[in-house]
Design a protein around this ligand. Structure first.
Ligand SMILES: [Zn+2]
Length: 292
């Protein structure tokens, strides 16, 4: 579904007040209009400071944010909406420090907001299953220094990356951080992220052999100088992912690595709809359940 482009001024105009943000959330929460769970009355008034709707008949209070991504938040919704806009509009991904300065919250608060927003990104992507010919490879990412595959890569974490080939172009991608790359990890990754029976192209890393259990496994021994010919797209992606992690976040600790990787995937998978990204992300966040 196509969505309108949103500039910063458009956003300010549409979601620049607490009332406007509450209204947007209200429409998602009660698409058929307000309904009091106690007496069934359809009229209410909104108490902005408490983010509560008060039933006009029995005076019962119903929270606007309960059961949403903004569950039990003390922050004004307008700050949440700006966080969503800034996250989506910043091509390199916004850091918690920058977000905290832009919207006037503490660093831990900004971190927590980003965690929730990125979880909504990850869940939106997890609906999709990769298909056709898929290039797949593993790498090590994170940490401050460059490292190599497998054991001995200090401060780094293994990651599995896959991307669809659509002719000579890349389609959707998926990536997952793992403690170690073994057959079980690969099995789970493809079970949840690939359609059954696709063709998966890899190098001859033994842990990838479990692919053949459910898919057509097209593997080839690839010396480093030939790797970019056999698996060109996934290698470009891994390179870009490393730049993304080092650029915005100056090396990432393990704790947050999957979050950043999910954000990278979400952006890549919507690279042709960049101007629509703020509204798309807002929609993903407004319809998301709470993240603890
Ligand atoms: Zn009522």
């Amino acid at each position: 579904m196509k969505m309108p482009k949103m500039s910063l001024l458009d956003w300010q105009k549409k979601y620049g007040t607490e009332t406007a943000c509450a209204k947007a959330l209200f429409h998602v929460r009660w698409p058929e209009g307000f309904y009091c769970p106690r007496c069934g009355c359809k009229k209410s008034s909104y108490i902005t400071t408490r983010k509560m709707h008060q039933c006009s008949k029995c005076k019962y209070h119903v929270s606007l944010t309960t059961g949403t991504l903004f569950h039990s938040t003390n922050l004004p919704l307008v700050k949440w909406f700006w966080a969503i806009y800034l996250t989506a509009a910043d091509k390199g991904g916004i850091s918690a420090l920058r977000l905290s300065k832009q919207i006037g919250v503490s660093w831990p608060t900004a971190r927590n907001m980003l965690k929730k927003i990125r979880t909504a990104m990850e869940h939106r992507d997890s609906i999709y299953r990769l298909e056709n010919i898929i290039e797949m490879d593993d790498a090590v990412v994170g940490g401050k220094r460059p490292g190599k595959r497998g054991r001995g890569a200090q401060g780094k974490k293994p990651i599995v990356v896959a991307v669809e080939r659509r002719g000579d172009k890349a389609g959707f991608m998926a990536a997952q951080v793992a403690g170690t790359i073994n057959k079980q990890v690969v099995r789970e990754f493809i079970k949840y992220l690939f359609k059954p029976g696709q063709t998966v192209r890899t190098d001859a890393f033994p842990a990838l052999n479990s692919i053949a259990e459910t898919h057509k496994h097209d593997k080839k021994v690839t010396p480093p100088e030939q790797a970019s010919t056999w698996l060109p797209m996934v290698h470009i992606l891994i390179g870009n992912l490393k730049k993304f992690l080092n650029g915005t976040f100056h090396g990432v600790t393990h704790k947050y690595l999957q979050e950043y990787v999910s954000e990278f995937c979400y952006r890549f998978n919507r690279r042709f709809w960049e101007p629509e990204l703020p509204l798309r992300l807002l929609n993903a966040c407004l319809t998301h359940s709470p993240v603890i």
